[in-house]
Design a protein around this ligand. Structure first.
Ligand SMILES: NC(=O)c1ccc[n+]([C@@H]2O[C@H](COP(=O)([O-])OP(=O)(O)OC[C@H]3O[C@@H](n4cnc5c(N)ncnc54)[C@H](OP(=O)(O)O)[C@@H]3O)[C@@H](O)[C@H]2O)c1
Length: 243
């Protein structure tokens, strides 16, 4: 496997790259300073030189709060950057990483077939980025969500639900997906774990975390951003006997 990765220095990139290298895969993951996804010519040259089978597009503007004040930078990276990645990846399989936040989080257990309804600027640009990825001839949109390996805060909401998991847990799922990518016959996949409260997730790694409530929070906290992952579970059950 020969893979070109954008956003290799980020949270997920740093977790997944060593795993793939351990498998003996050739990984080319330039930093944003070496190749910005906003520069189509430089990106196309880099991808053409790498001749990858797969392009894993992780790079994004991910600061949700800052994006509200910094529309141009967020749009440039997440929409125009994703469009460039889709164009530059024309000869390869494109795995485009997106987010549970493309949904508004009001009802939860969103399926791959549900219509996105972004509720902030970051989410809007991620939803538009998905559309850019769809223009590539051979793309897979992977919606996921992950948290730092240890819960750093003293409190977590007992009344907010998610199917996010820790970065290392989601990286294992992503690794499995990449190993079996040729068998994927869908264009969108929810790569997450089961629905649980944020408190339950936090206490898995830090039992001292106290229960809090989103009621009365200064900003609107969507009650349920969980994704239905049954498509992913059905896919991976075919391979569960393999490493
Ligand atoms: N973290 C989450 O909770 C979460 C949840 C759902 C989905 N996601 C999605 O998962 C993906 C990875 O997220 P992450 O949390 O690992 O990201 P991250 O830690 O915030 O890192 C962002 C990465 O994008 C790169 N990048 C930004 N602008 C770039 C540009 N113009 N050209 C090239 N690279 C650029 C950064 O490179 P430099 O360091 O060189 O700037 C960095 O490697 C993103 O698509 C994100 O939307 C994340």
């Amino acid at each position: 496997m020969n893979m070109f990765i954008t956003g290799g220095s980020g949270r997920m990139g740093s977790e997944i790259i060593p795993r793939l290298q351990t498998r003996g895969w050739k990984i080319i993951a330039p930093s944003s300073r070496e190749v910005s996804i906003t520069d189509l010519d430089a990106l196309t040259r880099a991808v053409d030189q790498a001749q990858p089978n797969v392009v894993l597009h992780l790079a994004a503007y991910t600061d949700v709060a800052k994006a509200e004040q910094d529309h141009a930078a967020c749009y440039t990276a997440n929409v125009l950057g994703s469009r460039n990645v889709a164009r530059a990846s024309a000869g390869a399989r494109l795995v485009h990483i997106s987010t549970d936040y493309v949904f508004d989080g009001e009802s939860g257990m969103y399926k791959e077939t549900d219509a996105p309804n972004p509720s902030n600027y970051y989410s809007l640009t991620k939803a538009l980025g998905e559309e850019a990825a769809r223009a590539a001839p051979n793309s897979l949109i992977v919606r996921t969500s992950f948290k730092d390996a240890v819960w750093k805060y003293p409190m977590a909401f007992a009344d907010q639900y998610t199917s996010a998991d820790y970065t290392d847990v989601i990286a294992s799922e992503l690794e499995l997906l990449l190993i079996h990518l040729e068998a994927v016959d869908t264009d969108v996949l929810h790569l997450v774990t089961e629905r649980k409260s944020i408190l339950e997730l936090a206490q898995r790694r830090n039992p001292h975390v106290q229960a809090g409530t989103r009621v009365g929070a200064k900003v609107h906290i969507p009650p349920d951003v969980s994704l239905d992952n049954s498509r992913w579970l059905a896919f991976k059950s075919q391979f569960s006997h393999q490493a």
